[in-house]
Design a protein around this ligand. Structure first.
Ligand code: GTQ
Ligand code: FE2
Length: 374
């Protein structure tokens, strides 16, 4: 069950005053003047450590996919609604379409021949493809192929549209910082052209961004500026998979290059500065080999995971689930998290995104490794 936000009280010297007619008049005065005293709020406002309002929560891919397919049959996509995207709604976040207090996570579905119209917004976004192919996302006129295992970041305020050039529907997941932008009231949105040019509706194997940027360790000398969002619009599965395999192979050869024994991980990074691909969202792929488990970890900020492949069990706070391909779950701020690969699976691959860059930027990030003290 979701843990309710417990009120952590301050040490005992924070006593409440004795009730009296004068005190009640004081409180009425506060209310009339729109004032609230700290001493009635302190435990919730300033807890000893993060007490997330979000719940540790799991969504099964089977149901996500079935419901998205049904939405494909019943709900048109086009101008106004903009996208056939269905958000994970964490049940303790007030009925809002938020996976966590800062992160949006959705399954998006596009039928054969459909076009999701061009628009742009200040929210930072990415797509991650669990299965399927046939959709191209067009970012600033650059058509980018989407296939299984590909990660496609797209920084805020870039024009984008999607089109399905195949004969089958396709689903993928979107991650955005919509709740963060909403809470901080920093959003802008603009609609784009009704139709794209024939060139933009093309289906190239490689986007222009990849032809320019997807060469490890090689930067085009003409591109001198560091960019707050990555100019590389697709990180292909073949590269991610090879990087993870080589980490585990190096470990087996006696080199201490993994996060912990049997746990390899890579972070998608911005080739102009080596930092996160998006200013507000960190994205990673983790591979835990058969028989291995991750080190228990808790940290400031929230994460959303999707099982990319394999099977295993995950523990989030007091919750424990068996998970398989496509399942998605949330790790709220400061809740301990461990993942373990199932004995029958060669590996458990976990795609992860989190709001960590926000906390790093404001020097509010903390992490604790190893079993948490009670
Ligand atoms: O594909 O442009 O899930 O603008 C939410 C907002 C997807 C998108 C979402 C969006 C998009
Ligand atoms: Fe969008």
């Amino acid at each position: 069950m979701p843990s309710s936000p417990t009120i952590t009280t301050m040490p005992t010297h924070a006593a409440q005053p004795d009730d009296s007619p004068a005190l009640q008049a004081l409180y009425r005065g506060f209310e009339q003047e729109r004032l609230i005293p700290l001493w009635t709020q302190i435990g919730d406002l300033m807890p000893m450590h993060p007490q997330s309002k979000a719940s540790a929560c799991l969504w099964r891919w089977k149901r996500l996919n079935e419901l998205a397919a049904e939405a494909g049959r019943l709900v048109p996509v086009g101008r106004g609604g903009e996208r056939r995207a269905i958000a994970l709604a964490n049940p303790t976040l007030g009925g809002r379409p938020y996976a966590t207090p800062t992160l949006w996570a959705a399954i998006q579905y596009l039928m054969p021949g459909e076009n999701a119209p061009e628009h742009r917004h200040t929210q930072h976004a990415f797509r991650f493809v669990l299965e399927g192919e046939g959709v191209w996302t067009v970012v600033n006129g650059d058509a980018v192929r989407m296939s299984r295992g590909d990660f496609l970041p797209q920084g805020g305020w870039n024009w984008h549209a999607h089109h399905n050039a195949a004969t089958r529907p396709m689903a993928w997941i979107d991650g955005l910082d919509i709740p963060f932008a909403y809470t901080t009231e920093s959003q802008f949105f603009e609609m784009g052209r009704a139709t794209l040019s024939a060139d933009e509706m093309g289906t190239p194997q490689l986007s222009r961004s990849e032809r320019l940027w997807a060469h490890p360790g090689l930067r085009p000398v003409s591109q001198t500026n560091d960019s707050a969002t990555t100019p590389l619009l697709a990180y292909r599965w073949v590269d991610t998979d090879r990087a993870l395999n080589e980490q585990l192979a190096l470990e087996a050869e006696g080199h201490a290059v993994t996060l912990s024994p049997g746990h390899a991980a890579v972070r998608y990074s911005n080739p102009t500065n080596g930092r996160d691909v998006l200013p507000t969202v960190r994205c990673e792929m983790h591979r835990i080999r058969s028989g291995a488990a991750s080190v228990e970890r808790r940290e400031v900020g929230s994460s959303v995971y999707q099982v990319f492949d394999g099977q295993g069990s995950v523990q989030v706070g007091a919750e424990r689930w068996q998970v398989e391909k496509g399942d998605m779950f949330v790790v709220p701020s400061w809740q301990p998290f461990t993942a373990r690969c199932g004995a029958d699976a060669p590996a458990l691959d976990l795609f992860r995104f989190s709001d960590t860059p926000i906390f790093e930027a404001v020097h509010a990030y903390r992490v604790q490794l190893g079993a948490a003290q009670a």
